[in-house]
Design a protein around this ligand. Structure first.
Ligand code: SR1
Length: 358
């Protein structure tokens, strides 16, 4: 596909894209949140010498979203000549807390905390702040404005997916909801879902399912099958995390309910695009950022703090609504094609590093 067609596709997806023939929401505009130095500024000596270490302390690392996010963070670290020291709790909050303690006592220049439960990471984040270690918290409330909180505008993610659900259902019908409490992005998306139900009394949540572990999609598939069998009238599943949506899609397919039950999700990956665009796929819309771009933003924000640059205490990466119809019409099969078609998914102005090439 040539670039002109892809740019045309962006307009199609943003302005005329639809899940079932209804206009999709346009992507939100990113806000510039840059360092203070002028463009083309000299590379700080510590960076030029390759002498900057940033600890990346993750709660989760399996699944498309987290793999793409890490690839973006690593690419940005390489570009900025930063050593990224990566640890993962593998879903174990105590292990993540221990990794964070070790990062604080180690000799790193900054820390990025990627997900986590507030109660397990906030006490150690406080220690990092007291020790004057710059800290960026992605998708977890750091509990202090002295750390930078990075999010993806989760309310908007839920709003965009639910706007597609409402358009397709006419605002009424039985819905299965996938949610696990305690993960900050899911909790924020849940706030929007709760409000959506109040605003749309015709929407009836008939079941709530959800699990987050190292095989989330298959666990959710089993739960979704049981929920759909118990509620044969359900016509939609709101599954605002791609592992949830993939599991829900598997359940709908295995029960032979494609065409009857549609899925409204969050996040995107090349594998997700494959699931969304396969024949008879029930996954008709997803609201997403480019996870690799978000990983890049996290590293840029931490690098700016190391360089003594000012960074807003809250950074937000806006999502875009991506529909099955838009993907199929444009023949998009990968995230790489998607980001070319949807330039708003890349946000160079969020935590722009003035000494970097772009
Ligand atoms: C278990 S939390 C999963 C979410 O984290 C990121 O915010 C992704 O968007 C994903 O949906």
């Amino acid at each position: 596909m040539n670039l002109a067609r892809l740019v045309g596709v962006a307009a199609l997806l943003a302005l005329a894209g639809c899940s079932q023939g209804t206009p999709a929401a346009a992507p939100s505009a990113p806000l510039p949140t840059t360092g203070t130095a002028a463009p083309g500024a000299a590379v700080p000596a510590k960076f030029a010498a390759g002498d900057v270490s940033i600890a990346l302390v993750r709660q989760l690392s399996s699944g498309d979203y987290f793999e793409q996010w890490l690839a973006g963070a690593q690419a940005e670290a390489k570009a900025l000549k930063v050593k990224l020291e990566i640890s993962s709790g593998d879903g174990n909050n105590d292990k993540q807390a221990l990794n964070l303690e070790q990062a604080v006592t180690g000799k790193v220049d900054a820390i990025i905390v990627d997900h986590g439960f507030a109660q397990t990471v906030q006490p150690t984040i406080k220690k990092a702040v007291a020790a004057k270690i710059p800290l960026v918290a992605f998708d977890v409330d750091p509990g202090t404005t002295e750390a930078v909180a990075l999010t993806q505008d989760d309310h908007k993610i839920a709003e965009q997916a639910l706007s597609a659900l409402k358009a397709d259902t006419g605002g009424s019908g039985e819905v299965v909801y996938v949610y696990v409490a305690g993960f900050a992005p899911l909790d924020r998306r849940n706030e929007t879902w709760e409000q959506f139900k109040k605003d749309n009394p015709g929407i009836k949540q008939v079941a709530q399912i959800g699990v987050v572990n190292s095989s989330t999609a298959s666990a959710v598939a089993d739960q979704a099958k049981a929920a759909l069998q118990a509620h044969p009238g359900a016509k939609a599943i709101f599954a605002p995390y791609d592992e949830f949506a993939k599991g829900a899609a598997l359940a709908v397919k295995e029960l032979g309910l494609a065409g009857k039950v549609k899925i409204y999700g969050a996040d995107v990956s090349t594998a997700d695009i494959g699931v969304m665009t396969e024949p008879n796929s029930p996954w008709v819309a997803t609201s997403a950022t480019d996870p690799a771009n978000v990983g890049r933003v996290a590293v840029r924000a931490a690098a700016l703090l190391v360089a003594g640059e000012k960074v807003d205490s809250a950074l937000t990466v806006p999502p875009s609504l991506i529909t099955q119809k838009g993907l199929r019409d444009a023949g998009i099969t990968s995230v790489e094609q998607l980001t070319r078609a949807f330039p708003g998914l890349v946000t160079p102005d969020v935590a722009r590093v003035p000494w970097a090439a772009s």
